[in-house]
Write a protein that binds this ligand. Structure first.
Ligand code: 5GP
Length: 179
């Protein structure tokens, strides 16, 4: 495996991310005042975004996590497997589903449909990153951190083969690390 740093191109610094997450937090706080939303984070990738987003809120809220698997390495497997379900009762609740990244949109579509089955009052979607040139979805993404090109991104919770989640910024991978 090549040395990691030579292969990373900086996309957003930790201060870019902090500023944008705070903007999203203010927007959500305004729109969800007195609605006591429940944030559902999609594991593993969303855990850092979720932690920062929740700490930027000025309203009461709850949280839970759901875990799915759809990717292996840099490729989508095309099928979504549920690895961990939520434990909260979301009937009549205002859900905000929190993703790290929307690529093809398959994962978010699967989760949204599944959660609608629990009869929530509403479901909104917040994603840190969105690839508009790839995503095929017919519903609204309510809160988007950054729109990005069709590149594989790591850092700030996003991995490459379970590594690099700890990086403070977001990076694109320049070359195939397996070369
Ligand atoms: P989708 O179902 O929208 O194609 O993909 C969603 C999931 O794929 C994300 O939650 C994430 O786990 C993974 N994914 C998609 N694109 C990327 C990327 O550029 N970098 C990383 N690290 N994961 C990605």
């Amino acid at each position: 495996m090549k040395k990691m740093d030579d292969n990373l191109i900086s996309l957003y610094s930790s201060s870019d991310i902090k500023n944008r997450v705070e903007e999203l937090g203010s927007e959500i706080s305004e729109e969800y005042e007195k609605k006591e939303p429940i944030f559902i984070g999609v594991l593993n990738g969303s855990f850092i975004f979720m932690a920062d987003l929740m700490r930027s809120l000025s309203i009461d809220c709850e949280m839970d996590f759901i875990k799915v698997r759809s990717y292996s390495g840099k490729k989508s497997s095309g099928t979504i497997q549920l690895l961990k379900d939520i434990s909260a009762d979301v009937k009549d609740r205002n859900i905000i589903l929190v993703e790290d990244i929307i690529d093809t949109g398959l994962t978010i579509k699967f989760l949204r449909e599944r959660l609608f089955g629990s009869s929530p009052k509403s479901i909104a979607i917040a994603t840190l990153l969105y690839k508009p040139s790839v995503a095929k979805i017919d519903f609204k993404i309510d809160y988007i951190g950054f729109e990005i090109p069709q590149e594989f991104v790591v850092g700030y919770g996003l991995d490459y083969e379970q590594k690099m989640r700890h990086l403070n910024g977001l990076y694109m991978i320049k070359n195939d690390l397996s070369e």
